[in-house]
Design a protein around this ligand. Structure first.
Ligand SMILES: [Zn+2]
Length: 256
């Protein structure tokens, strides 16, 4: 090979390597889902991407008392702050004499959600022999969120119920939860009457951690998360007073 040809070949090889490096998937950075002043919104119009990864997940079985709550699936994870709020809430329930709680779901990855949807599609197709895949998919999407559109991806949503009970609605645990969850920073994310706004059927068992300040305003105004965030944007709802952090002087602020 002539000298210039060798050089050209080397140049092409280098170019190919550079292109390959550029197209390799970037390292996914875990997202602090509680970093913002306003609650993170995940729904059909605001999906997370396939590689979305929340930071600060904990295994619920590692951080919660098994006497306080049964974790249905042993490796279930949730956001650390949400798990702490859940513990405080269920301790208060216990003090009120309301026990027997179960967490049936919390954090779910994009891939977990894909598997759940596929399972539901297969279920409909097995049950209805004439159904096309797209028909079964539409039916499945009425109860299972499209991957990316479930707020379980954030680690801030928790499905809570009573171990062994076939329904949650109407139980004393459900009544207690709906009355008190707000005081611990949780909202009922899919309330009755808001289906057209949230895009999901009412779910008595699905709570979402947003922090006490936001939760109390949503309780008092009766707004769902979508309406609340819209209200803040429009200026019709006052957001909670953001806590002003005073700068600590270098001497630690101690007065002699
Ligand atoms: Zn849920």
């Amino acid at each position: 090979m002539r000298g210039w040809m060798k050089q050209a070949a080397a140049f092409v090889a280098l170019l190919v390597l550079l292109l390959l490096a550029a197209s390799a998937p970037a390292e996914t950075e875990a997202v602090d889902v509680l970093d913002s002043d306003l609650p993170l919104l995940v729904n059909k119009d605001n999906p997370v991407s396939e590689d979305f990864m929340p930071a600060d997940l904990v295994v619920l079985n590692d951080v919660m008392d098994s006497k306080l709550v049964k974790i249905k699936y042993k490796n279930t994870q949730a956001n650390r702050t949400a798990a702490e709020a859940l513990t405080a809430m269920l301790e208060a329930a216990r003090a009120d004499g309301v026990t027997k709680w179960q967490v049936s779901a919390a954090y779910r990855s994009f891939q977990d959600q894909e598997k759940m949807l596929e399972k539901k599609i297969s279920y409909y197709r097995n049950k209805n022999s004439g159904w096309s895949r797209s028909r079964a998919r539409s039916a499945a999407l009425r109860t299972v969120a499209e991957p990316g559109c479930s707020e379980h991806h954030t680690g801030l949503a928790i499905d809570i119920n009573v171990p062994g009970a076939s329904a949650f609605k109407g139980t004393k645990q459900c009544k207690w939860l709906h009355k008190h969850c707000w005081e611990y920073g949780f909202i009922l994310r899919y309330p009755e009457g808001k289906e057209a706004i949230t895009g999901y059927s009412a779910e008595a068992w699905h709570i979402r951690y947003v922090g006490v300040e936001h939760a109390l305003i949503m309780r008092d105004t009766g707004l769902c998360l979508e309406e609340y965030l819209q209200g803040i944007e429009d200026g019709t709802i006052d957001p909670p007073d953001m806590i002003l952090v005073e700068e600590v002087p270098e001497d630690g602020g101690e007065k002699n």
